[in-house]
Design a protein around this ligand. Structure first.
Ligand code: UDP
Ligand code: MG
Length: 192
């Protein structure tokens, strides 16, 4: 651990667990910069002339994971651009490829403070995402078909990453089934 390295908190949990909602609150209270890997990918997908637009969209719809070279470079660029030194990295690393790619490119350039893990049942998460879709999230993956695949990926690939960090004693687990304000009380404790 080095004092000069930028600090990173990875924020993980199933689709609809409340990562984005809680990150907004953390930014306000603790002055982190919030980088959502999914948002960065959607922005890249929407960028005219991007070589990766179609590839990204097909992964998003299928609930599969974009190759780490793309995601990691979007994250690294956003970190540099922010000029800040503490980051919430939301929705990443999601699988072994993500973890390996991050460690290779960023492992010795950053300090992973901890992993904030939002634990929430699949039923509750599913309902939140479907509600979000019905309320006009505009996301091409907030539908039942994509959601099933997103949960499969979460269980099959992302849980192993949480377990990896848990074995290192780096996971702070939050009960994410409560209301946003209740969840944030626990989140606050995790940061203090
Ligand atoms: N995604 C990805 N790599 C990442 C983050 C997201 O490939 O590091 C893709 C993946 O297809 C995922 C989708 O983007 O299902 C949406 O991710 P996001 O984090 O926005 O969804 P959330 O979990 O917040 O509902
Ligand atoms: Mg999100």
């Amino acid at each position: 651990m080095s004092a000069e390295l930028p600090n990173v908190v990875f924020v993980l949990g199933g689709p609809g667990a409340g990562k984005g909602t809680q990150c907004a609150k953390i930014v306000e209270k603790f002055q982190y910069v919030h980088l959502s890997a999914g948002d960065l990918l959607r922005e890249e997908r929407n960028t005219e002339g991007s070589a990766y637009g179609e590839l990204i969209e097909s992964h998003i719809r299928n609930g599969t994971i974009v190759p780490v070279e793309i995601t990691c470079s979007l994250l690294a660029t956003a970190m540099k651009k922010s000029g800040n030194n503490k980051f919430l990295i939301d929705g990443f690393p999601r699988n072994k490829d993500n973890l390996d790619g991050w460690q290779k490119e960023m492992g010795d350039k950053t300090n992973v403070q901890f992993v904030l893990f939002f634990d929430c049942s699949q039923e509750a998460c599913m309902e939140r995402c479907l509600q979000r879709g019905a309320a006009g999230s505009g996301r091409s993956d907030d539908n039942e078909e994509s959601l099933k695949k997103r949960f499969q990926t979460y269980v099959k690939d992302t849980m192993a990453i949480i377990e990896h960090y848990d074995a290192l004693g780096l996971v702070r687990k939050i009960d994410a089934s409560q209301s946003p304000d209740q969840v944030f009380e626990d989140v606050t404790k995790a940061f203090e």
